[in-house]
Design a protein around this ligand. Structure first.
Ligand code: HEM
Ligand SMILES: *[C@@H]1O[C@H](CO)[C@@H](O)[C@H](O)[C@H]1NC(C)=O
Ligand SMILES: *[C@@H]1O[C@H](CO)[C@@H](O)[C@H](O)[C@H]1NC(C)=O
Length: 383
């Protein structure tokens, strides 16, 4: 079984073949392809100064209250935000349960689904703000503020987040395959994917520092601790004692296991609730969960950045805030004709008496263990 992207000529041939298949799929598909994201200016700090002066404070209070009840909300919110912005920009498309076009939404993707944490927090903030300033504060702005407040709750110095995003009306699970990073990816592919979003290789290393908090389900990295290769049961680039501990925590996955019952392991067990540079120190000690984390310390292009952050927490924290600002501007919708202020973050607004041809998919896609392993380790393969 090929667990990693092959390298060299083989890889180029494969990716040519994949490109060909992809262009065929795109040519045959009646829908438009994902538009490559660009960093858009035009967001304004203090956007709600006049229309809803308490907006940012309300989001911060809600996030603080929720994080105080459950620390795992903070990493959850940062991840939802990244997943939203990386696919079709920061338009809150990840929050939609259904769309007018009847597409299966992003939320249902294996990359999201039950692994999203903190969705309820966004609802609480939205409900509060709708009561205070009806139809004024977009779900995408709430998510951008909430991700910042979550980072601050986890110890990051605060940074400014502009407002003025409008909410999108499209959301498609099928936009993810081929456009989204998975744990099995290594630096060259990750760099390509980030570049397609206007994010640099340094941004890749910096933003991966989000894995300083939160954790991953065992099946996301089980390929590194069981049957890694023909010659080695365990990934030789893992600290053997660490690998042994992971094997104790995570039994070998079986095809009929329920992924939702898989254990979640902290990325950085030394300071698992603090958004700090210990993640990079652990990478250099060969204690990482995902191949996509480990590769940052192995690849000669990214290793120097990892080494710099491992030595300098203040530098990492400053760069992380700046990179999050970059993410928060990806492909934002600014004009009224581009998007709306959703009343309910789960659904697109409907005018009174208006009916969308909402086509419900037969049933939500199921994500059995084998499919999760295929998607996450080898990259997305649609079923
Ligand atoms: C570089 C490519 C990346 C890959 C392949 C990746 C993949 C993953 C995976 C597989 C998980 C575990 C999810 C679970 O088991 O529930 C995870 C968690 C997480 N990711 Fe990433 N990620 C990447 C980049 C990022 C970026 C850029 C951010 C944000 C700036 C981010 C934020 C997070 C956070 C905060 C968690 C913890 C979530 C939680 O504990 O609920 N990740 N990521
Ligand atoms: C909102 O107020 C802050 C603080 O007074 C100011 O820095 C910012 O420029 C204002 N923004 C807008 C859009 O009015
Ligand atoms: C905190 O939230 C996570 C994710 O939703 C959940 O799995 C966990 O059980 C919660 N912890 C507590 C103590 O409620």
């Amino acid at each position: 079984m090929r667990l990693f992207e092959p390298t060299g000529i083989m890889s180029r041939r494969l990716s040519m073949a994949m490109l060909f298949v992809l262009s065929l799929v795109l040519a045959l598909a009646p829908r438009t392809a994902v538009v490559e994201a660009v960093v858009v200016d035009g967001l304004q700090v203090g956007y709600y100064n006049l229309s809803c002066p308490e907006a940012e404070q309300v989001v911060r209070d809600v996030v603080d209250a929720e994080v105080a009840m459950n620390r795992s909300i903070a990493p959850g919110l940062i991840r939802i935000f990244f997943h939203d912005c990386f696919i079709t920009g920061c338009d809150a498309s990840i929050l939609l349960d259904e769309t007018p076009a009847g597409d299966v939404p992003e939320k249902e993707s294996s990359a999201n689904g039950f692994t999203l944490v903190g969705l309820r927090t966004i609802d609480v903030a939205k409900t509060t703000l709708e009561a205070m300033c009806p139809r004024t504060v977009s779900c995408s702005d709430i998510l951008a503020f909430a991700a910042r407040d979550a980072a601050v709750a986890a110890g990051l110095p605060s940074y400014e987040v502009g407002g003025g995003r409008r909410d999108g009306v499209h959301s498609r699970m099928d936009d993810l395959p081929g456009n989204f990073p998975v744990p099995g990816h290594t630096v060259p592919r990750l760099t390509e994917l980030f570049a397609s979003r206007g994010l640099s290789q340094e941004d890749l290393v910096t933003l991966s520092g989000a894995h300083s908090i939160g954790g991953a389900h065992c099946f996301m990295f089980s390929n590194r601790i069981y049957g890694f290769s023909k010659t080695s049961e365990v990934d030789p680039s893992l600290d053997p004692a660490f690998a042994e501990r992971l094997r104790k925590l995570c039994p070998r996955p079986k095809p009929d296991d329920n992924p939702q019952e898989s254990r979640k392991v902290p990325f950085d067990e030394r300071t698992s609730e603090k958004l700090d540079n210990v993640y990079y120190q652990e990478l250099l000690e060969k204690r990482s969960l995902l191949t996509s984390d480990n590769t940052l310390a192995l690849d000669p292009k990214t290793r120097p950045i990892v080494e710099r952050y491992a030595k300098d927490d203040a530098l990492f924290q400053k760069k992380f805030g700046e990179a999050m600002q970059k993410v928060s501007a990806l492909d934002v919708l600014l004009r009224p004709d581009q998007g709306q202020i959703r009343r309910d973050c789960h659904v697109v607004n409907k005018a009174r008496g208006q009916h969308f041809p909402i086509i419900r998919w037969p049933r939500p896609p199921r994500h059995p263990m084998q499919q999760m392993l295929n998607w996450f380790i080898r990259g997305f393969q649609q079923d």
